[in-house]
Structure formats: structure tokens, C-alpha cells
Ligand binder design. Structure first.
Ligand SMILES: CC(=O)SCCNC(=O)CCNC(=O)[C@H](O)C(C)(C)COP(=O)(O)OP(=O)(O)OC[C@H]1O[C@@H](n2cnc3c(N)ncnc32)[C@H](O)[C@@H]1OP(=O)(O)O
Ligand SMILES: O=C([O-])CC(=O)C(=O)O
Length: 374
């Protein structure tokens, strides 16, 4: 695994364009947003600063940050027709489908009519996405029509307040903030590439983002954080975790939350979220999920030289904060919107329609047979 070259199917190892937004090293270091290392960003700045960095091109100074936070706060409300649509979606719908519909509906109500609006549309989606998912979740599950305007400075704390109906603890607000930073951007991953392909046709921002949400939904991409939770939730202890994984590996099953298309040795986001998961476990007062996760990590490395990607320890971390499993991937959307929108704008600034070729493997040219001969 470690020595394996990046090549083969899935466009692996091929450059599909240029970006000034992000680098993804292969060896477990080198993840940078506009040149800043992910570990330093997660340590020193807030998610809103990262959003400003990605969307506006630079880290904000103090005045810019205050103004940006205020702008985002002012954009948290949802129009009534969107709330009406959200209220129609059943409680057993998948929340990623809710995100997809919510984004698409907003495109009907507040469409992008000129690319000059793109920065404002990106900010609107950034502010509105937590409101969309929490409005639907609280209405469909608790029968409550929540007010989505809050005074929280940070999007992570705002999300937790909408979800739980009360202010989060300092620790939870901090972990959500870090989590949003870790998920914000990742070069030409599948969902971002989807957004860029759509943008390359000169389509609107809502269409590009709606498509990207669809790509992120799958368990091989963003959906892996939910799948990882499904995997660990019934593991009683380390021995149980090891036995379960050995059986799955023997059956040639994919273990969700492990491996990566680009990284070969480790995912630099893992150590960061793992550290926060350990702190949350301590506060939670029951570290079973953390311990079984660590046992899984060790077993996967020993048996397959596979490492945890960004998603694996997010599962236990989110669970410790009382977040329902099916909302895990929508949180990823709330964060990755920044990366998607930045890539859409970058694609538009230097565009040529993305249209690769295919190697044909079908039949040689032939005549259409008469109906009686088929
Ligand atoms: C935020 C994110 O989107 S991170 C990714 C989230 N996705 C997951 O966690 C899903 C589980 N992981 C996977 O399916 C894969 O590792 C992917 C989709 C992330 C990357 O896929 P690829 O680039 O094709 O993986 P790669 O080429 O490194 O695979 C090497 C080998 O390891 C195996 N492998 C890779 N990941 C796993 C895994 N999680 N469990 C078991 N085996 C695996 C592959 O099957 C492959 O074996 P083979 O050569 O016998 O076919
Ligand atoms: O880069 C990838 O292929 C997947 C990933 O980790 C991400 O999108 O964060």
C-alpha cells in the first residue's frame, strides 16, 4: 500500500487542471489551504477565517473578520417557501437528500443571474446550510419550527445550538469549529471535481453545489463518516472490534473511514480529529467508542497497512457531541461548501469546458438488424 503508485482507473495520478487553493501531499503531510498548513489553521484560526481565506483569497484582519461574521449572521434566515418545502420532506428521508433539495430550492428562490453575484451567493449558502438541515431535522423529528437566526459568532456553535436548542459547551463549540476547518477543502476530490465540471459549462452556483452534494453523499467519499459510525457503534470492546474487522477483511469488505485515493501513509486530518475525539471521550465519561476506534486503527495498519482518513475519528467525535449519525455528512456539506464555491469561482476565472475522451471498448461498427432478425 505505502509503495503503491498513484495510477490506473479513476483518473488517479493524472492532473485534471490547475488550482491555487489547496495542495494534498501523499505522505500524510502537505495539506495546505492557499499555502497555510492544515495543522496550523486548525490550531490558530476559526472556520470563518478559513472560509474568508478560501472564498475571498486572504485571511481576514480583525475588522474584516468582524464584518464577515456579521454578514454571515444576517444571512441565516430561510425564506418561507423553502421552509414549506423542508416541511414536506419526511423524517425518514436521508439528510443529504434534504441538503440537495434545500440547495436546489434556494436556487429557485434566490438564483444566480450574473457571475458578479457569486461571492454573495457563496456566503448565503454558507450561512443558510446549517439552518436548512437543522430546520428540517427539528421539524420532522420534534415537530418544532425553529428560529434559525442566532447570535453565535461561529458557524459550528450555531449549528449545535439549532440542533440541540441550547448553547453548546466551549469544548463542543471548539471541536465543531476544528471539524469544519478540517473538512473545508481538499483539492480535486470527487465532489469538488463534480462542482468544477458543472461550473465549466457556465452553469449557476446552485447547480454546481447541488451536484457536488450528490457526489459527497456516497460512502466512498463523505458518506464514510456515517458508515464508520455504523461500523463502530456495536463494538463492545477492543477484542470485539478486532474480531469484527478481521471477519470483514476476510470477506474482502471495504472498511469505511480507512484508506485514501491520494494519501499513501496517513491523512494529516486524522491526528487532529483523533486528539479532539479523545478529549470528548473523557468529557463524555464513556470512552468505549474511542477505545474501539483506536483498536480498529491499529488492526487496519497491522493487517493491511491502511490508515484512518479524515472520516474515521469524526464518527466518535460527532457522537460524543450528541449529533445523530445521519447528520454527519450534512455537516461535511456545511464545511466543504467553502471549498466547492472557491473552486467554482476559480474554474470560471480561467474556464474551458471539461470534456475528456474515453477509450472505446464496445462493438466494431455494424449494421442495424431488421426487427425479425434481432
Ligand atoms: C473525506 C473522504 O472522502 S476520505 C475517503 C472516505 N472513504 C472511505 O473511507 C471509504 C473506504 N475507503 C475506500 O473505499 C478507498 O480507500 C478510497 C475510495 C478512499 C480510495 O480508493 P482507491 O484510490 O481505489 O484506493 P487504493 O488504490 O489506495 O486501494 C488499494 C487497495 O487497498 C484496498 N482498500 C482501500 N481502502 C480500503 C478499505 N477502506 N478497506 C479495505 N480495503 C481497502 C483496495 O481495495 C485496494 O485493493 P486491491 O488493490 O486489491 O484492489
Ligand atoms: O480527496 C479526496 O479524494 C477525498 C477527501 O479526503 C476529501 O474530499 O476531503
Amino acid at each position: 500500500m505505502v509503495d503503491k503508485k498513484l495510477s490506473g482507473a479513476g483518473l488517479r495520478g493524472q492532473s485534471a487542471g490547475e488550482t491555487a487553493l489547496c495542495t494534498v501531499g501523499q505522505s500524510g503531510t502537505g495539506l495546505t489551504y492557499r499555502g497555510y498548513d492544515i495543522a496550523e489553521l486548525a490550531d490558530k484560526v476559526s472556520f470563518e477565517e478559513v472560509a474568508h481565506l478560501l472564498l475571498k483569497g486572504h485571511l481576514p484582519n480583525s475588522d474584516e473578520l468582524t464584518a464577515y461574521r456579521q454578514k454571515l449572521k444576517n444571512l441565516r434566515g430561510l425564506p418561507q417557501p423553502l421552509k414549506t418545502v423542508l416541511e414536506q420532506i419526511p423524517a425518514d428521508a436521508h439528510p443529504m437528500d434534504v441538503m440537495r433539495t434545500g440547495c436546489s430550492m434556494l436556487g429557485n428562490l434566490e438564483g444566480e443571474h450574473s457571475f458578479e453575484q457569486q461571492g454573495d451567493i457563496a456566503d448565503r449558502l454558507l450561512a443558510a446550510f446549517p439552518s436548512i438541515i437543522c430546520y428540517w431535522y427539528r421539524y420532522s423529528h420534534d415537530g418544532v419550527r425553529i428560529v434559525t437566526d442566532t447570535d453565535d459568532d461561529q458557524i459550528g456553535a450555531h449549528f449545535l445550538r439549532l440542533l440541540h436548542g441550547k448553547a453548546p459547551s466551549e469544548l463542543h463549540a471548539k471541536v465543531m469549529d476544528v471539524s469544519l476547518i478540517l473538512y473545508a477543502e481538499h483539492e480535486f476530490n470527487a465532489s469538488t471535481f463534480t462542482a468544477r465540471v458543472c461550473a465549466s459549462t457556465l452553469s449557476d452556483m446552485h447547480s454546481c453545489v447541488t451536484g457536488a452534494i450528490g457526489s459527497l453523499r456516497g460512502p466512498l467519499h463523505g458518506g464514510a463518516n456515517e458508515a464508520a459510525m455504523d461500523l463502530i457503534q456495536d463494538m463492545q470492546d477492543e477484542a470485539h472490534a478486532i474480531g469484527t474487522l478481521k471477519e470483514k477483511l476476510a470477506n474482502k469488505e471495504k472498511i469505511m473511514g480507512f484508506g485514501h485515493a491520494i494519501y499513501r501513509e496517513s491523512d494529516p486530518r486524522n491526528a487532529i480529529i483523533k486528539g479532539w475525539s479523545a478529549k470528548l471521550a473523557e468529557e463524555f465519561g464513556d470512552d468505549r467508542l474511542y477505545r474501539v476506534s483506536v483498536a480498529c486503527e491499529q488492526l487496519m495498519w497491522d493487517e493491511k497497512k491502511l490508515f484512518c482518513n479524515a472520516d474515521f475519528f469524526h464518527a466518535s467525535a460527532y457522537h460524543f457531541m450528541g449529533i445523530p449519525t445521519k447528520l454527519f455528512t450534512p455537516i461535511f456539506v456545511c464545511s466543504r461548501l467553502t471549498g466547492w464555491a472557491a473552486h467554482i469561482m476559480e474554474q470560471r476565472a480561467n474556464n474551458r469546458i471539461i470534456r475528456p475522451s474515453a477509450d472505446y471498448t464496445g462493438e466494431a461498427p455494424r449494421s442495424v438488424p431488421e426487427m425479425s432478425a434481432r
